[in-house]
Design a protein around this ligand. Structure first.
Ligand code: FAD
Ligand code: NAI
Length: 465
C-alpha cells in the first residue's frame, strides 16, 4: 500500500522532499501557510540576488571601467522592484507546476500537529490529514535582539530591506554575517552610506579569516564602514533618523541611519506547531534529529532551517531528499561535511570544507596553497584584482580538506572544489586536471600547485597576504 506523507512547509526543503517522495511512489500532501518556495524564493536567495545582480551592473557602469564611457547610469527603483517580483513569481509558479506534475496535493493553510499521525490544516479549506510519515520543513525566522528601540519604525529585517520604497541615503546594519555583508554590498553600490556593526573581530565569522579580510578590505575601498567588536545597546529616534548607540570596547559611539537593518542571525521556526502534542523534542529551540533527519518520533522528520544544522537552501533540499528516501526504505546519501556556501557580494565569496582556523583548532597536519587573482588573466579582464583562491590540504596525502575563494564568479567556481572533496581528490589530481585558458578556474590549479610550492604564475617564496 502507498505510504501517505505530509510535508509541512513549501520552501526548498519541503517542496523538494515532496517531489522526491512522489517520485518514490508515495501519496504526498504539502501544506504551506504563506508562500510556496518559502523564504528562499520569496524573501531570501532569489530576490536578494536579483537586486545584487543589478547593483553590480550599476557599479560597473558608474565607474566607467572596462573601457566604457556611458552617460549617467540611473537606477529605476520601481522597475527594479517589478523585475525582482517577476523573477520570484515565475519561480514560484514553476514550483506549483512541478508539484502538480508530480501529483503532490497542495494545501494552502497553517498546519498544526494534533498528534503524531494527524495534521490539522486551517485556512481557506480546512482539512485534517492523517499521515504515515510527516516531514517538518517549517524554516526559520530572524532572531530578535532585546535592545531598547528595536520596535521603532525604520528598524527592519532582511524582508523589509528587500522592499524599501526608495534607495535610502544611509543604512546601519547590525550584524556583519551573510545577510549583513550582502545588503552592505547591495546598498553601497546604489549610493547609500552603509555602516556595518559586527560584535566579533572579523566580519563573516565562520568564513576563513584570510578570505573574510580580503572581502572587508574590498568593501571598505568601495566606501562601506565596518565597526567590529562592536555591540548595539539602544536605538533612538532623532530628527536626523534612527541613531544606534554602539559600544566598541569601553567607548560608546552613535551612528545614524535612515534605516537600521537587524541581521543578527535566524532561528528555527517551531512555535505553534503542536510539536509537544506529537512528542517531538527540542534542544535549545532546535528540533533534535538523527543522521537521517528523523526526530525523537521516528516517523516524523525535520529538515532544513528548522533543525538549524545549517541554514542554506541547497542543504535544506539535500536533507529533504535524504529524509524521504530513508523514510520510504531507500538508501540515502547526505554528506554534511561537503556543503558549499556562497556569498553574493562583489567580488563573490564561496567555500567548502574546513577553514584554516578550523584546521588549526583541530590540530590537523595541513598545508595551504594560496593564489592571488591579481596574477590571473581572466580576473584582471573582469576587473577584480583583490581576490584569491585558497586550498587547505592534508599534509601527508594532499587530500583537499577545504577551499575558499574570493573573486569573480567564485559561486560557480566552487563547484569544482565540491566535486573534488566529494571524490576525496588530492591537490595532485587538481594539478593534473587541465583548466581552460583564460579562465578564473586556472587559479584553482595554481592554488593546488601552491600547496606543493610549485605555482607557475607566482614567484617562488613570495607570500600572499
Ligand atoms: P523556508 O524556505 O523558510 O520554508 C519554510 C516554509 O514553511 C515557509 O514557506 C513557511 O511559510 C512554511 N511554514 C512554516 N510553518 C508552517 C506551518 N505551521 N504550516 C504550513 N507552512 C508553514 N540560502 C542559500 O543557500 N543561498 C542564498 O543565497 C540565500 N540567501 C538568503 C537571503 C536571505 C535574505 C535570507 C533570509 C536567507 C537566505 N538563504 C540563502 C537561506 C535560505 O533562504 C534558507 O536556508 C532556506 O529557505 C531554508 O529552506 P527551508 O525549506 O528549510 O525553509
Ligand atoms: P549570520 O549568522 O550569518 O550572521 C549574524 C552576524 O551577526 C554574526 O556575524 C554575529 O556575530 C553578528 N551578531 C549577532 N548579534 C549581534 C549583535 N548584538 N551586535 C552585532 N553583531 C551581532 O546570520 P544572518 O546574516 O542573519 O543570516 C541568517 C542565515 O541566513 C545564515 O545562517 C545564512 O546561512 C543564511 N543566508 C545565506 C545567504 C547565502 O547563502 N548567500 C545569504 C543570506 C542569508
Amino acid at each position: 500500500m502507498k505510504k501517505r506523507i505530509v510535508v509541512i512547509g513549501g520552501g526548498p526543503g519541503g517542496y523538494v522532499a515532496a517531489i522526491r517522495a512522489a517520485q518514490l511512489g508515495a501519496e504526498v500532501h504539502l501544506v504551506e501557510k504563506e508562500y510556496l518556495g518559502g523564504t528562499c524564493l520569496n524573501v531570501g536567495c532569489i530576490p536578494t540576488k536579483a537586486l545584487l545582480h543589478t547593483a553590480e551592473l550599476y557599479h560597473t557602469l558608474r565607474h566607467g571601467a572596462h573601457g566604457l564611457t556611458i552617460g549617467q547610469a540611473q537606477i529605476d527603483w520601481k522597475s527594479l522592484m517589478v523585475r525582482k517580483e517577476s523573477i520570484v513569481k515565475r519561480l514560484v509558479q514553476g514550483v506549483a507546476g512541478l508539484l502538480k506534475a508530480n501529483k503532490v496535493e497542495l494545501h494552502m493553510g497553517q498546519a498544526v500537529l494534533q498528534d503524531a499521525h494527524t495534521v490539522a490544516v486551517s485556512g481557506p479549506t480546512p482539512v485534517q490529514l492523517t499521515a504515515d510519515i510527516v516531514v517538518l520543513a517549517v524554516g526559520s525566522v530572524p532572531v530578535q535582539i532585546p535592545v531598547p528601540g528595536v520596535n521603532h519604525a525604520g528598524v527592519i529585517d532582511s524582508t523589509g530591506a528587500l522592499s524599501l520604497p526608495q534607495i535610502p541615503k544611509s543604512l546601519v546594519i547590525i550584524g556583519g554575517g551573510v545577510i549583513g555583508t550582502e545588503f552592505a554590498a547591495l546598498y553601497n553600490a546604489f549610493g547609500t552610506k552603509v555602516t556595518v556593526v559586527e560584535m566579533m573581530p572579523q566580519i563573516l565569522p565562520p568564513v576563513d579569516g584570510q578570505v573574510a579580510a580580503r572581502l572587508r578590505e574590498h568593501l571598505v575601498n568601495l566606501g562601506v564602514t565596518f565597526m567590529t567588536e562592536a555591540r548595539l545597546s539602544e536605538i533612538k529616534k532623532k530628527a536626523a533618523g534612527l541613531t544606534a548607540l554602539i559600544w566598541q570596547g569601553s567607548e560608546q559611539q552613535e551612528v545614524t541611519g535612515e534605516y537600521i537593518l537587524i541581521a543578527t542571525g535566524r532561528k528555527a521556526s517551531v512555535g505553534g506547531m503542536g510539536l509537544e502534542a506529537a512528542g517531538v523534542l527540542l534542544d535549545q529551540g532546535k528540533i533534535v534529529v538523527n543522521e537521517h533527519f528523523a526526530t525523537t518520533v521516528p516517523h516524523i522528520y525535520a529538515i532544513g532551517d528548522c533543525n538549524a544544522q545549517i541554514m542554506l537552501a541547497h542543504a535544506a533540499s539535500a536533507q529533504g531528499v535524504a529524509a524521504v528516501e530513508h523514510a520510504l526504505g531507500h538508501q540515502s546519501v547526505y554528506n554534511g561535511e561537503v556543503i558549499p556556501y556562497c556569498i553574493y557580494t562583489s567580488p563573490e565569496v564561496a567555500g567548502v570544507g574546513i577553514t584554516e582556523e578550523q584546521a588549526q583548532a583541530r590540530g590537523l597536519a595541513y598545508k595551504t596553497g594560496v593564489f592571488p587573482l591579481m596574477a590571473n588573466g581572466k580576473s584582471l579582464i573582469e576587473g577584480c584584482e583583490s581576490g584569491l583562491v585558497k586550498i587547505i590540504a592534508d599534509e601527508q596525502y594532499g587530500t583537499v580538506l577545504g577551499a575558499h575563494i574570493v573573486g569573480p564568479r567564485a559561486t560557480d567556481l566552487i563547484a569544482e572544489m565540491v566535486l573534488a572533496m566529494t571524490l576525496e581528490a588530492t591537490v595532485d589530481e587538481l594539478i593534473a586536471t587541465i583548466h581552460a585558458h583564460p579562465t578564473v578556474s586556472e587559479a584553482i590549479a595554481e592554488a593546488a600547485l601552491q600547496v606543493r610550492g610549485q605555482a607557475i604564475h607566482w614567484p617562488p617564496g613570495v607570500k600572499v597576504g
